[in-house]
Design a protein around this ligand. Structure first.
Ligand code: SF4
Length: 377
């Protein structure tokens, strides 16, 4: 990673409001860039151990915040501050961390496609995010955000058309919901024309990072391309405020199945208590918890990493303590493109013939008498 663009700011963002179709403008207007940077420097001084620290980090990994994220940080959410504010710890070296831990570049047969698994692939259609998560797996691409020329997606469409084994595509980025409605619809229309493609999934963080973007008009448009699933990246209960819950509700009202993706992050959500609250709030917001990811080995991430044992303890604190509907799969996406593996807390204590002894959710032993197998007496 070379020194990139200076910290990016989102100002003067105009979005269409959900129902009224009115225009809403952020509080700084069109020309507030420098002013905003100055205010952020003051605000960030605490988190970055001085403005000099902020500049050193953002020269390497640019910063981008949306008004909604900033509002929540200013409201006092430490969990959100930690996810989005630069920290000099991002510049610390670690031998285990890599720019492209999932080997996406190697697994990309044509630009913007990552094809790792037999029947599904990833299609990167946007290079912009409403806010940059400091632990992002695609941190190497921070600072792009200039838009992907539509012609650059043609090899991706052609690849999916040529590969009849692909029956499911995850449309991601960046964030695909930062594309204009017409552009996004054109992509969905093209994908729907591919006869062997059964399922379209969208990966997004916009219902949280820019909830006003999720208009009823957008939700209705997405609802024309079923079966279409939306997976939303949510890491902490503080992210599920009224605006975000409203955005999720608009998607759910359009009949779109919603799943969550959460990254386990030190100092953000690395406790049973926070995870129980998050998972139950996700269900209440009409979203099914789907994946809990161990943090990827992306460089600049050492200060976010948690021991695997801690993730397993959190999973043990979810199963049966909350409804099974709210328990995600705990996943490591293996380095070097190895793919996902699921980690499950060990519950088998011993096996004596057909008697299997398990620990229940309260740590008590219970025996299950197994049925005999055909080759047993
Ligand atoms: S929204 Fe997703 S792609 Fe964008 S910075 Fe966050 S984790 Fe990365």
């Amino acid at each position: 990673m070379t020194e990139g663009d200076y910290a990016q700011v989102k100002t003067g963002q105009v979005v269409e409001n959900a129902d009224e179709g009115e225009k809403v403008q952020d509080e700084w207007g069109e020309s507030g860039g420098e002013y905003v940077m100055e205010r952020w420097k003051q605000m960030l001084a605490r988190s970055c151990r001085g403005a000099a620290g902020l500049e050193a980090v953002t020269r390497v990994f640019p910063m981008c915040l949306s008004p909604h994220v900033l509002e929540l940080i200013r409201g006092g959410s430490e969990a959100i501050r930690r996810q989005f504010m630069p920290d000099v710890a991002e510049l610390e070296e670690s031998g285990d961390l890599q720019p492209d831990p999932l080997a996406e570049e190697r697994l990309s047969p044509v630009p913007n496609i990552v094809h790792k698994y037999p029947d599904h692939c990833l299609f990167l259609v946007s290079d912009a995010c409403a806010a940059y998560c400091r632990f992002c797996t695609r941190k190497r691409k921070f600072g792009a955000g200039r838009g992907i020329d539509p012609t650059k997606l043609e090899p991706g469409f052609a690849y999916i058309e040529r590969h009849a084994e692909i029956r499911d595509v995850l449309v991601s980025g960046g964030d695909p919901l930062l594309l204009e409605d017409g552009r996004l619809e054109e992509i969905l229309r093209r994908l729907r024309k591919i006869r062997h493609l059964e399922i379209i999934r969208l990966g997004t963080r916009v219902p949280f990072s820019l909830p006003e973007r999720v208009t009823r008009k957008l939700a209705r448009m997405l609802g024309r391309y079923h079966p279409l699933y939306v997976n939303v990246h949510v890491n902490h209960p503080d992210e599920l405020d009224a605006k975000t819950v409203g955005a999720l509700g608009r998607l759910a009202d359009a009949g779109i199945p919603l799943g969550s993706q959460t990254v386990l992050l030190k100092g953000v959500n690395d406790s049973v208590e926070v995870m129980r609250t998050l998972m139950t709030k996700l269900l209440a917001a009409r979203m099914r918890p789907y994946y809990l990811f161990q943090s990827d080995l992306v460089f600049g991430n050492e200060h976010f990493r948690t021991p695997l044992r801690q993730g397993l303890e959190i999973m043990r604190g979810l199963r049966c303590w909350i409804s099974g509907l709210g328990v995600p799969a705990f996943i490591i996406d293996l380095p070097n493109g190895g793919g996902k593996v699921q980690l499950v807390p060990e519950n088998l204590v011993r096996r004596e013939g057909r008697r299997w002894t398990f620990l229940n959710y309260r740590g008590q032993e219970y025996v299950y008498p197994d049925v005999g197998e055909e080759d047993e007496d």
